[in-house]
Ligand binder design. Structure first.
Ligand code: HEM
Length: 163
């Protein structure tokens, strides 16, 4: 089975399949000193990230403050871009993150006043998703710190540089 297929049904919160995916996510999410595995391997690879992205977007689209941003989006495409991007960030292979994030979100700052309130809500849904999938608090915190570091790019702001 391909890692990601458009024909694969989205995980259903109350369904057995989803509980199995949750265990996979959690079972691979062990961190100990000297464990050199990257974050992607620690959470269970691309498959686990795909499952997380499905759950995450269910929450985003159920949030009336965020849903309007995605009203014209092809969500299958969005899931795919997002899952690929997150996996690349987690295994360290992402390039041009700053430019990519600034360009992807700039139209929504201009058209829809995308701001830190929306960013905070998105980060909150991500944290809830990771917790639901059994990611331990330490790893969840690490992922959220990484996400927080993207805020200035997503909101297309000047990044303060320490003197
Ligand atoms: C750390 C936070 C975020 C990350 C990592 C992120 C990541 C991404 C990525 C990878 C894309 C796809 C770009 C492409 O290939 O076309 C994207 C597009 C988008 N993002 Fe974000 N995003 C973040 C925050 C937000 C926030 C706070 C909002 C506002 C609700 C938002 C709304 C959108 C929209 C509307 C699109 C375009 C969807 C489309 O092409 O139809 N994002 N984002």
């Amino acid at each position: 089975m391909p890692l990601y297929s458009d024909h694969r049904p989205a995980p259903n919160l109350g369904h057995r399949t989803n509980r199995r995916e949750s265990r996979t996510f959690a079972a691979n999410n062990r961190y100990s000193e000297g464990n050199m595995a990257n974050l992607l391997e620690r959470v269970g690879g691309q498959e686990a990230v795909n499952a997380a992205v499905h759950l995450f977007y269910a929450k985003v689209l159920a949030d009336s403050e965020l849903a309007p941003f995605f009203k014209d989006s092809n969500m299958e495409r969005q899931h795919r871009s997002q899952a690929k991007f997150l996996a690349n960030v987690m295994d360290g292979s992402a390039t041009n993150v700053e430019t990519y994030m600034r360009n992807a979100h700039r139209p929504f700052i201009e058209k829809m006043n995308l701001n830190e309130i929306h960013f905070g809500r998105v980060a909150g849904h991500l944290a809830a998703t990771l917790e639901e999938l059994g990611v331990d608090a330490e790893t969840n915190g690490e992922i959220l710190t990484a996400v927080a570091s993207l805020q200035d790019f997503v909101l297309d702001r000047t990044v303060a540089v320490a003197a």
